[in-house]
Ligand binder design. Structure first.
Ligand code: FES
Length: 243
């Protein structure tokens, strides 16, 4: 069992100033996930009449993208996984874990941020409007295996926002690049590829998200290991769409 110190950002309202509050935690099992530690802390806080720490989670298995936090200054706290997959066995007794909400998004409460900007970008083009009908016979539209693999890899983006949180510019380029790559590599997504990229980039600008300047922090923390090449594809498609 571990004894840990949690230093957690507490903020009761978007308009109120926040502050770090320190919570000693003892008897933490190495097999617990970070979210289970927060669950345990919240049980204790509620039993003593205090407000629990607000944080987001849903699937708790790395596929919904809702649980993002900064852990010791790093989105999700560990490369290649989401916050819900960070386990206490990585830490040693006496260690302090600093938990903060993702930067780049407005704080709603404690560790919960408003990531609807990503939803609004998706609404501008993160879909295909071709009527695909029922599922076609698998070999009726030949697609190279490498192309299918690239599209599938890009489609694994779970929209957690870690790329925005990690980027010094607060850019959503890796997120948008993943969606553009996922949809435009396959034949069904190509007819509206130009309109899609223009609309999604315009919405990204409207949300006040920054632009990529090749830091690469986004790809380094992406739990789905989406590569920087999707940003190169985004740029190529964007300029091709204008010309
Ligand atoms: S709770 Fe779904 S990815 Fe963490």
């Amino acid at each position: 069992m571990l004894d840990l110190i949690l230093k957690i950002w507490r903020q009761s309202h978007p308009e109120q100033p926040g502050q770090f509050v320190t919570y000693p935690m003892s008897g933490v099992a190495p097999a617990w996930s970070l979210l289970e530690v927060l669950d345990q802390l919240n049980e204790t806080l509620m039993q003593s009449g205090q407000a629990p720490v607000a944080f987001d989670s849903d699937c708790r298995e790395g596929i919904c993208g809702s649980c993002g936090l900064l852990v010791d200054g790093m989105p999700h706290g560990q490369a290649g996984v989401t916050t819900c997959q960070v386990y206490m066995r990585r830490f040693h007794t006496g260690q302090t874990l600093t938990l903060e909400p993702f930067p780049g998004f407005p704080v709603l409460r404690d560790l919960v941020v408003d990531r609807r900007a990503l939803d609004r970008i998706m609404a501008q083009g993160g879909y295909i409007s071709v009527n695909g009908g029922s599922a076609p016979e698998a070999n009726s539209i030949p697609i190279a295996a490498e192309t299918a693999a690239q599209a599938f890899n890009a489609a694994t983006c779970i929209g957690c926002g870690a790329c925005v949180a990690a980027c010094p510019n607060g850019a959503a380029a890796l997120f948008v690049g993943a969606k553009i790559t996922h949809l435009s590599l396959l034949p069904q997504g190509q007819p509206e590829a130009g309109r899609r990229v223009q609309a999604m980039v315009a919405q990204m600008d409207a949300e006040g998200l920054g632009h990529c300047s090749n830091h690469g922090e986004c790809a380094a923390v992406c739990p789905q290991t989406i590569p920087l090449t999707v940003i190169a594809r985004l740029r190529r498609q964007y300029w091709r769409a204008w010309w």
